[in-house]
Write a protein that binds this ligand. Structure first.
Ligand code: FAD
Length: 379
């Protein structure tokens, strides 16, 4: 398998970086990937192991334990999700908190929280509410200034990593519009619960909990950026995390491709292997061509992020293409493996469920098309 991966998949960053990353993923992520999904638990040990090796903070500047590269971060998302997209999405909510703090947070917030990610700090990114999913321009969660504190009250839903998070980014309605806040997990009045809609069939890194903010008090400097400009900060951050989410989908697609190729090469049907049938080779040819194209597009978006560019269109194109592609590749891989693809003890069902869930999470495909359309209008 390793041989196939090296032959087929071009390294998009230095080969030594990819080799070390793959070795760590093989030792610390792959062994529990099926169990994390089956038991729907947050992968604490895996996230801490990745942090210890320096991967969690890789997009941050050196002063915060990183190397200031979203291209390398993308390689991390791709390789980790080759083994487990649940661990991949756990890293996404970490990257979202890092990115909004780094781009929009004041100096005190950045100095206080950013170094902690290198130590394995687990975070969640809470935008969605029961009545506000794709549209977050107005919210029911309120933040009110009382003396020298903010007072936050409301409830968030579908919060990935919320079952284990020690730190939260919260979007709440203030007098002047939606604003973003940094909320430590031990804030009084903050609690989580597993609601009727917390368990998903894909991207199972623990329940996507509801978050209750019952009069949470925060120092004034825990406002991120400018009051009333939280949607801009959150959406800019999503442009970064969408690029990484495309990396998760690419990891899933590559894993499904490699595993089904290995199966097709050894499985005999009639007078040859499954792979020897031309119709099957065409499946692989189409999948390989499209995965290669999606990888180039996604690394192009990451490269643009590394120049400091905002990339709403490119990141939307990358996630739109990679997420749909992963679902398609997972489905085709199952078809190629016949009954072996449908077995509960094979990984294909997990690939398909994770891939489909990422066509919704972090920006549904329709919203991405809207973003691309908007960019065209301004063109
Ligand atoms: C696995 C998973 C993890 C998640 N994790 C988090 C998290 O950590 N934090 C968080 O805040 N949220 C999280 N979410 C919520 C996610 O962000 C929302 O589900 C997503 O934004 C879509 O919102 P919705 O589900 O309310 O769909 P709706 O907004 O109700 O949309 C329903 C459908 O209509 C389409 N639609 C909506 N508006 C338009 C439009 N203008 N034009 C065309 N089509 C449109 C949508 O694309 C979708 O297909 C998660 C969701 C999932 C599935």
């Amino acid at each position: 398998m390793q041989e196939n991966r090296n032959k087929l998949w071009q390294d998009m960053v230095e080969p030594a970086f990819v080799d070390a990353l793959r070795a760590l993923v093989a030792a610390h992520v792959e062994p529990n990937a099926a169990a994390i999904d089956a038991q729907d638990v947050y992968p604490v040990a895996e996230i801490r192991a990745l942090a210890r090796a320096g991967y969690n903070s890789i997009c941050l500047p050196a002063e915060f334990g990183g190397r200031g590269s979203y291209r390398h971060a993308l390689a991390v998302f791709e390789e980790v999700s080759y083994a487990s997209a649940a661990v991949g999405i756990s890293l996404i909510t970490i990257l979202q908190a890092q990115t909004i703090l780094h781009l929009f947070g004041n100096e005190a917030l950045r100095r206080r929280y950013l170094p902690r990610f290198a130590e394995g700090l687990i975070s969640a990114y809470a935008l969605t509410e029961a009545n506000h999913g794709s549209d977050i321009r107005s919210l029911d969660t309120k933040a009110r200034r009382v003396g020298d504190e903010w007072l936050l009250t409301g409830e968030k839903s579908f919060i990935t990593s919320g079952s284990a998070a020690e730190f939260f980014i919260i979007l709440a309605q203030t007098e002047t519009g939606v604003s973003a806040f940094a909320l430590p997990g031990d804030t009084r009045g903050l609690s989580t619960y597993v609601g009727a809609n917390s368990a998903t069939f894909g991207l199972r890194n623990g329940p996507h909990v509801n978050l209750v903010l019952d009069g949470c008090r925060l120092p004034l400097d825990h406002l991120i950026g400018t009051e009333g400009k939280g949607v801009r900060a959150a959406v800019t951050t999503l442009n970064y995390s969408r690029t990484m989410a495309a990396g998760i989908s690419l990891g899933i697609a590559r894993a499904a491709f490699d595993k089904s190729l290995a199966h097709a090469r050894q499985r005999k049907v009639f007078d040859s292997t499954v792979f020897d049938k031309q119709g099957i080779q065409w499946y692989f040819a189409d999948m390989l061509t499209r995965i290669d194209a999606a990888r180039l597009l996604t690394y192009r978006a990451a490269q643009a992020l590394d120049t400091g560019a905002d990339v709403p269109r490119l990141s939307s194109e990358a996630k739109l293409m990679a997420a749909a592609l992963a679902t398609e590749v997972a489905g085709t891989a199952i078809q190629i493996c016949g009954a072996y693809g449908v077995m509960e003890n094979s990984p294909y069902g997990r690939y398909l469920r994770d891939a489909k869930a990422y066509e919704i999470a972090g920006g549904a495909s329709e919203i991405l098309r809207n973003t691309i359309g908007k960019a065209l209008m301004e063109y």
